[in-house]
Design a protein around this ligand. Structure first.
Ligand SMILES: Cc1cc2nc3c(=O)[nH]c(=O)nc-3n(C[C@H](O)[C@H](O)[C@H](O)COP(=O)(O)OP(=O)(O)OC[C@H]3O[C@@H](n4cnc5c(N)ncnc54)[C@H](O)[C@@H]3O)c2cc1C
Length: 457
């Protein structure tokens, strides 16, 4: 048995920076990884998908050449080259994470599947490691829905999509949420026929209805078929492809595609972690229960990142690391409940979100103000020829604090940070309203929106 001060399981977005902080503070640290270093974001999530989104955007803009006054001839997409570029970018990131950990003083890297043996012990291969502090950063993976026939067909997930170096003739995406929409739009732009099948009545059902409508409209204009309210799902092999039954009603009830991508959510990698041997509590879906400082019910064991169910993003996992490090090393009592929900959807145009949606504000029953501008009225968007979407900000009528923002449009993922930072500052909206922003930018319209607020009726 080897004894450490701290053991970290998983090298996702929280494990590696935590290893650096703990080792830097003089602790003897072990970090264990069973797959590729850097975890989901680096290998099968954010980094590769946003690299592919960039290729798809370039293709799309080339096709729009005539609109901008140039001709690019016949646009052909070399999927092997697209994948190679994605592999280069993601490969650099995973190598960077591994090298930085292997060269870290006071840190020993183990490769293999780790399992808790007790409250203080971890098994990896034939070795037993012991530490007073154990940090779980094991992340998650694609959930495979329990659909009749699913075990009889080949399907793709966000992970196996990373190996695709050809153009699927017809990609059927099951799941009209963030991951499904990003893949759906990029493959349409690469040249596939794409159908998105969603069980709910609209795409990205967590967003306001007008967001779902706009997103469906611009995806539809690009030629993506969208099938909502799907039910009675069943899959089978058909004509060397796949048939997805989407309804029990009479009529066209099957979508026939060459490939099926499952984008129906994520599940935590906790089933084979030995949590029960250490007495660590999980919820019904397998997420590890944590308190506001990410401690589990077992003193000395923390859970960070997607596996604790308190966030599902790279920035929430990174923020978890900051919270744990601040509490342990800096005497700074940071808490999960201090953070404001923020995320983006990387369709084109992107959706940038901060705080509450309009539906959430309405449900809260508070008196609120709302301001809105269509992207076609935003000069920078007009000049760029990217006028789809809108920007909306919600304000508490009494406190004047900003409750939330939804920026669906060119640079919406960046511009929303102006609002997010004002929310963290707990500043009244008038501070942002009086700020002089740079022309011509998308963000310059934030003061304009805030100068024209109306009661939320
Ligand atoms: C397609 C897709 C696109 C995404 N895009 C974005 C985006 O644009 N922006 C964003 O913020 N988020 C995005 N996400 C989410 C983001 O990738 C995750 O939230 C992020 O990676 C945080 O993960 P994590 O730190 O919890 O762990 P992960 O990154 O999942 O890493 C966990 C690591 O633990 C290892 N591990 C698991 N179990 C064990 C074990 N028992 N022993 C040893 N090692 C183990 C795994 O191999 C893995 O390397 C995306 C996700 C997907 C799937």
């Amino acid at each position: 048995m080897t004894t450490y001060d701290a053991i970290i399981i998983g090298t996702g977005q929280a494990g590696p920076p935590l290893a650096r902080r703990l080792a830097g503070a003089g602790m003897k640290v072990a970090i264990i990884e069973r797959g590729r270093f850097g975890g989901t974001c680096v290998n099968t999530g954010c980094t590769p998908t946003k690299t592919l989104v960039a290729s798809a955007y370039a293709v799309h803009m080339a096709r729009r050449g005539a609109f901008y006054g140039f001709g690019a001839g016949d646009i052909t997409v070399d999927m092997k080259r697209v994948k190679a570029r994605k592999d280069e970018v993601a490969g650099a990131s995973t190598r960077g994470v591994e090298q930085s950990l292997r060269s870290l003083e006071n840190c020993t890297v183990y490769t293999g599947h780790a399992r808790l043996k007790s409250e203080r012990e971890v098994e990896v291969g034939n070795e037993i490691l012991r530490a007073e502090k154990i940090f779980l950063n094991v992340g998650g993976r694609a959930a495979v829905p329990d659909i009749p026939g699913i075990d009889q067909i080949d399907y793709l997930t966000n992970s196996s999509m990373m190996e695709v170096d050809f153009l699927p003739r017809h990609l059927v995406v099951l799941g009209g949420s963030y991951i499904g929409l990003e893949f759906g739009q990029m493959y349409r732009r690469f040249g596939s026929q794409v159908t998105i099948v969603e069980l709910g009545p609209r795409l990205i059902g967590r967003e306001d209805e007008e967001v779902s409508r706009e997103v469906a409209a611009f995806l539809g204009r690009e030629g993506i078929d969208i099938r909502t309210n799907a039910n009675c799902l069943k899959v089978s092999r058909k004509d060397s492809g796949v048939a997805l039954q989407v309804s029990c009603e009479p009529g066209p009830i099957e979508v026939l595609g060459s490939h099926l991508l499952l984008a129906t959510g994520r599940r935590p990698n906790t089933g084979d972690l030995g949590l029960e041997r250490a007495g660590v509590k999980q919820d019904k879906r397998g997420y590890i229960e944590v308190d506001d400082q990410l401690k589990t019910n077992v003193p000395g064991i923390w859970a960070l990142g997607d596996c604790n169910g308190r966030g599902a993003f790279t920035h929430t996992s990174w923020n978890d690391y900051e919270i744990v490090a601040a509490n342990l090393l800096d005497g700074d009592h940071r808490r999960v409940s201090d953070r404001i929900a923020a995320y983006a959807l990387y369709t084109d145009p992107p959706l940038g979100r901060a705080g509450m949606t309009e539906a959430e504000v309405r449900r809260s029953g508070r008196r609120a103000l709302v301001g809105r501008v269509a992207m076609e009225d935003v000069s920078r968007a007009f000049e760029k020829g990217e006028t789809e979407g809108f920007m909306k900000v919600l304000v508490d009528a009494e406190s004047k604090q900003i409750l939330g923002a939804t920026f669906l449009g060119a640079s919406g993922d960046e511009a929303v940070h102006c609002v997010l930072d004002a929310m963290y500052a707990k500043a009244p909206y008038t501070v942002l309203q009086r700020a002089m922003h740079i022309h011509p930018t998308v963000a310059e319209f934030i003061p304009t929106i805030l100068g024209d607020l109306a009661p939320l009726s």
